[in-house]
Each structure stands twice: as C-alpha cells, then as structure tokens.
Design a protein around this ligand. Structure first.
Ligand SMILES: Nc1ncnc2c1ncn2[C@@H]1O[C@H](COP(=O)(O)OP(=O)(O)OP(=O)(O)O)[C@@H](O)[C@H]1O
Length: 327
C-alpha cells in the first residue's frame, strides 16, 4: 500500500444493498443544533516533556514559532516546546434541523470524529460553541461503557445512562444483541471485542432509547449487509420521530444511502455543506483526483454539473482557505 493509499482509506464503490437507494425525504423541522465557529485543540505532551516532568522539572509551554519547513511537515500540528498542539477542528459553523441525517466525510485525520465528539460534548471547544437541544446519545453511552465489563453489563449501564429503566433495558436486551450481531460475545468483557464489534454494540445501545440525536461513528463500516439494512431502518425511525442523525463513515455509498445532507471536512475545516448528491459527487471527484492516474476508475456521469454549481445548487462551499487542491 502506498502512502497515498493509506491516506485515502475510503470506499467509493457502490455496494449491492445500496444500489438505487437514497435517504427518503422527510419533513425538516426547527433547528436542534447550532455549531458556531468551533475550534478543538488536542494537547499532547511529548515523551521528552514527560521525562522532564517525571524528574520533577516544571514543564512549561514554550511559545516557539516553528520554522516554515516544520510547519509544512507537521500540517495542522503546532509544536510548542515539549507540548504538541493538534488543532483538529478549525472554525466550523453549521446549523442542523430536526429530521436531518447528516453524513460527515473527509480523508483520514481530517477531524470527522473530533467534530462528532465535540458535538456530543465529549471534547471541550478551545473556542466557539455547540448549542444542542436534547442529549446526543453517543455522550451517554460512551461515557458509561466500561471495557472490563461484559457486553451484557454494558447494555444495562448504557441503557440506564440513556434514561431507560432496568425493566426497559431487560425488555430490549435481545434486540440490542441481535442488532449488534455479537452473539455470545455479549457475555465476555468488551475489551475482548474487535473495534467493529464494540462500535456496533455502542450503536445498538445508543439507538435503543429512541434518542433525539443519534451519533454513529464508523459502526456501519463494520457490519454485514443485514446489519446495514437494520441500521438504515433504525436511522429512518429516529428521523421519522423528528430526531437527528450524524453519521461518520469512510464509505461514501453508505453516506449516500443514509444521509440527506453531507458535511465535507478537510484539515479541520468545513469545505462543503449541502444536499448529499452534490457534496458526494464533489468529494468522489476529489478522492479520484488524489489517486495515481492508473487507479482512478471511471467518473460518475453528470458530476460536473453539481461541482460547478449545477443540480439543485444548494450546496455551500465554505471559505477559500483550507480547501482541497483543485476545488
Ligand atoms: N487523542 C488525540 N490526541 C492528539 N491528537 C489527536 C487525538 N485524536 C485525534 N487527533 C488528531 O486530530 C486530527 C483529527 O483526528 P480525527 O480522528 O478527528 O480525524 P478523522 O477524520 O476522524 O480521522 P479517521 O478518518 O482516520 O478516523 C488528526 O490530526 C489526529 O491525529
């Protein structure tokens, strides 16, 4: 695998179960989420700084302006002495309404998961704000689950964290296990699960309580066709009940099948926001252009119209800076 391939870890292929499918139209309600000029910064203490700290030294942040070469190589990471700052989300703003299912796409490391975690309240903003009506369900479940406990115990804890009663959790137990497709693994500690199994169980628990805002991070990539079909039905159920769904996925066909709107994030910035087909076409074109010439595959028919402002013309390209090359 080349370095370019490793960076471009997506699935552009349309899978049989996604053919001819798009997210159905549902009436869109009032705003339920406002993200306003959001910035999220990770701070990582370098190994040298940790050693110094262990020796009792005061580790201070040195505000050294890095050289041009260093900034070029570190793309988005700002080194300040022993502490490295990763500016993962850089000034993102958007509003989401009840009934929307929003896909978040972007290349590896572009900030998708960080954005989702910030919306869920798991990452504090460095600046800007997130206003949510209702509690995003990833928050309750992720905060509650414990790797050393069995799936069974975690279903109970996660269900309680989402506001279900113990009786309601018991009633929904079989459905959650079946939905996650983890079989008898449910009786083993979650630390023995593959990342896909854990992601599916989190999704199954978080969607068990008919949440107002359902957040799904990559869980759909880890299941088979039957799991995807169950997931799609569950997403529709949430939307029909005027809930909102956020979906992070590397599979553009999954996003096309399940989302009404797509946010394209690149290097922590929002580069495009609009109806699924318009953003997906531009994104697919960008990904194709990043691949070596022999591996680009055919272009989708009619994509140029969307890219040049055709189609419904509703997609919003955001800002000139930080856009992928060629857009
Ligand atoms: N816990 C962390 N500490 C420090 N940096 C982090 C941490 N998590 C993510 N990052 C950095 O933040 C940036 C955005 O990462 P994030 O995981 O949000 O991207 P992503 O688009 O979800 O990536 P992927 O598609 O690979 O899952 C990357 O540069 C990543 O290295």
């Amino acid at each position: 695998m080349t370095e370019a391939d490793a960076h471009m870890d997506f699935d552009l292929e349309l899978e049989p179960e996604d053919l001819e499918e798009t997210a159905p139209e549902t009436p869109i309600g009032d705003p339920c989420l406002v993200v306003d000029d959001l910035h999220v910064v990770y701070r990582v203490v370098g190994s040298r700084a940790r050693k110094e700290a262990a020796k009792g030294a005061e580790v201070r942040e040195a505000q050294i302006k890095p050289s041009f070469l260093k900034r070029l190589v570190s793309a988005g990471r700002q080194h300040t002495g022993g502490v490295s700052e990763v500016h993962a989300v850089r000034g993102i703003s958007f509003t989401v309404r009840h009934g929307e299912s929003v896909g978040i796409v972007g290349v590896n490391g572009s900030g998708k998961s960080t954005l989702l975690r910030a919306i869920a309240g798991l990452m504090p903003p460095a600046s800007g704000s997130v206003h949510v009506s209702g509690e995003p369900s990833l928050l309750g479940v992720n905060a509650a689950l414990m790797p050393q406990l069995s799936g069974e115990q975690n279903i109970m804890i996660g269900g309680l964290a989402l506001g279900l009663t113990p009786k309601q959790v018991e009633e929904r137990f079989d459905e959650v296990v079946e939905f996650a497709g983890i079989g008898d693994f449910v009786y083993l500690p979650m630390k023995t699960y593959s990342s896909g199994m854990a992601a599916r169980l989190r999704f199954a628990i978080s969607s068990a309580a008919s949440p107002e805002i359902l957040m799904i991070d990559e869980a759909l990539a880890t299941g088979d066709a039957a799991f995807k079909a169950r997931s799609k039905a569950r997403i529709e159920e949430v939307r029909q009940n005027a809930g909102t769904v956020f979906l992070v996925s590397h599979s553009i066909s999954t996003v096309e099948a399940m989302c009404t709107r797509v946010l394209w994030v690149h290097q922590g910035k929002l580069v495009m926001d609009g109806p699924t087909h318009e953003v997906a076409e531009s994104y697919k074109e960008y990904i194709r252009d990043q691949r070596p010439p022999g591996r680009r595959g055919p272009r989708a028919g009619g994509r140029a119209g969307a890219r040049n402002g055709g189609g419904k013309g509703n997609a919003r390209k955001v800002g000139a800076q930080g856009q992928p090359a060629g857009s």
